[in-house]
Design a protein around this ligand. Structure first.
Ligand code: SAM
Length: 184
């Protein structure tokens, strides 16, 4: 399944961190790209591109001036995550059958046409919380069987530890560092 994210209504001053976290979460949980509308934010794009360059994979970020033309030409199923939607657990089987899935998360105010265009308006609990949390939970359910995802072209890889931090450079990413492994 190819998963694309659309984050609506990004504001540079207020949303930089949360939109970056949407992108990091999407990438880590197997989405291939994130589009966003609102204010064009090169700083946020660069921080996601930097993360993707270090940790691998092919995740990309793209700005859209408006969602309409993109939504009209998107081939696949569209799910909009909103606290006002139906419980997402009841639609997981249908979501998993999609070959290409667009997951939309909102910002301050989501325009009514998004609710109309979506194949499903789904809630992760009927309480307002966060786009990052909603995205993480739904993506985990969709990609969970192959989680943690493997990332090609990584320059860095975390070596899981019971305590402390350890990273290494995967062999395919180029020459090993002086002592083979980096410890933090
Ligand atoms: N007032 C906004 C609205 O009109 O929807 C809510 C803003 S909320 C902080 C930002 C986004 O988080 C929402 O657009 C939605 O995508 C996501 N979100 C928040 N709570 C959610 C929930 N319980 N289920 C699914 N998505 C949720």
């Amino acid at each position: 399944m190819a998963i694309t994210i659309l984050r609506l209504g990004h504001r540079i001053f207020r949303d930089q961190r949360i939109t970056t976290h949407c992108g990091l979460t999407a990438r880590a949980l197997g989405a291939k790209e994130m589009y966003y509308t609102g204010e064009h934010d090169l700083g946020m794009e660069q921080s996601l591109e930097k993360a993707a360059a270090a940790w691998g994979g092919h995740f990309r970020v793209r700005y859209l001036e408006a969602p309409g033309p993109f939504l009209r030409t998107f081939h696949g199923k569209v799910v909009h995550l909103t606290a006002y939607g139906l419980p997402f657990q009841g639609k997981l089987a249908q979501l998993r059958r999609a070959r290409s899935l667009l997951v939309i998360v909102g910002g301050e105010k989501v325009p009514p046409e998004i609710y109309q265009r979506a194949d499903w308006n789904l809630a992760v609990g009927s309480q307002p919380h966060s786009e990052v949390a909603a995205l993480g939970i739904v993506l985990y359910e969709l990609t969970g069987r192959r989680f943690p995802a493997r990332f090609t072209r990584a320059k860095l890889r975390i070596v899981p530890q019971a305590r402390g931090k350890r990273m290494e450079q995967p062999r395919s990413s180029g020459p090993a560092p002086a002592r083979g492994k980096a410890r933090l």
